[in-house]
Structure formats: structure tokens, C-alpha cells
Design a protein around this ligand. Sequence first.
Ligand SMILES: C[S@@+](CC[C@H](N)C(=O)[O-])C[C@H]1O[C@@H](n2cnc3c(N)ncnc32)[C@H](O)[C@@H]1O
Length: 181
Amino acid sequence: MYGMEPVYLPSEDSYLLSKCVERLVKGIVLDMGTGSGIQAVTAAMQPEVSHVLAVDINPLAIEAAKWRARDAGVIDKMEFVVSDLFDDVEGVFDWIVFNPPYLPSEGGLQDRTWDGGQGGADVIVRFLDDAMTHLRPGGSILLIVSSETGIELEKYGYKWEVEEEAPLFFETLYCLKLSSS
Ligand SMILES: C[S@@+](CC[C@H](N)C(=O)[O-])C[C@H]1O[C@@H](n2cnc3c(N)ncnc32)[C@H](O)[C@@H]1O
């Protein structure tokens, strides 16, 4: 069950991903689970990025992302959609970036900013099932996972490499680059 949902404030995982976004993305970009809009706006600020779609299931996050985009002067390059993952997303992208809810549930009220279901990977698995059909040929995904996330990426038909990692107090965060194998 979900109540009034807060907008995720940029944290270590956000900064790990934005470092990779700054370095790698080009062309047409999708930022899934945009939250405050940090990844979408970082992408839109790159000269080689032509267009960014920012998506979140939380309408408040979409409002926050629009504010950030206006503030950064890049809103003309961007579009915004409230959607449960790819349900209301059309088109194909050169890059898809996602800092998902990746931690195992602790029971009780779920918080969609971090709660990835029982093993921590429910949202990631649903995302990976559909992401391939929204990638242009040669396109790639940047995905944050934690050492606490229970997932075997090979099962989903992607090859992957670690772009960045950050050891934290009780887990290690990874920014992975995935492409079709
Ligand atoms: C860890 S936060 C990341 C926010 C931001 N991208 C960042 O890097 O700081 C995860 C985001 O995913 C969104 N989210 C969770 N489940 C989703 C779903 N099924 N579809 C779309 N967005 C979802 C949450 O609302 C939240 O904004």
C-alpha cells in the first residue's frame, strides 16, 4: 500500500548514476523513475543529447523534475510522463537510465523510492523485461543495483559491465551498463 509519496532527494546512488550519465549518454535518452529529475536534467545538459523523456509513477516527482529542468534552462529538450514503468512510454531510445527501488522489502508500508519487493528486484525485473523493446539498435542501459539486490542479470538476456561502484556502510552500489547480448 502506498500513501502520499515523497520525492526522492538525490543521494549517493543518484550521484553515482549522474557521474555515468554525464560521461556516457548521447542522442535520445529515457530517465526511468526520475524522482527529483537529477538524471534527466544532467542528461539534457549534455550537448550531444538531443531529447530526454523523464518518467515516474509519482506525479509529485514529475512536478519536481519539471522545476529542476526549468531552473537549469533545459526544459525545451525534455518531455515528462507519469507512468508505471513502460506502460505509457512510447518510442525507442539510445540510452535508458534507471536508479530503481533496489532494496529488499522490510514489510509494512512500502516506500516506492527504495522498496524493490521481497528480494529487492521486483521492479528491476519488470523493467528489464520491457526495456529491450525500447532500445535503439546499439543502445544501452545504465542501471543502479546494490550488493543487497537479489538478481541474476544473465537470465534476462543482457550483457553487462560495471561502470562505477561505491562502497557504503552496509552495501556496495554499482552503476552497470547493460546492452543486448
Ligand atoms: C531511488 S529513486 C531515484 C530517483 C532519481 N532518479 C535519482 O537518481 O535520484 C526511485 C524512483 O523510481 C520511481 N519508481 C518506483 N517505482 C516505479 C515504477 N513502477 N514506475 C516508474 N517509476 C517508479 C520512484 O517514484 C522514485 O522516484
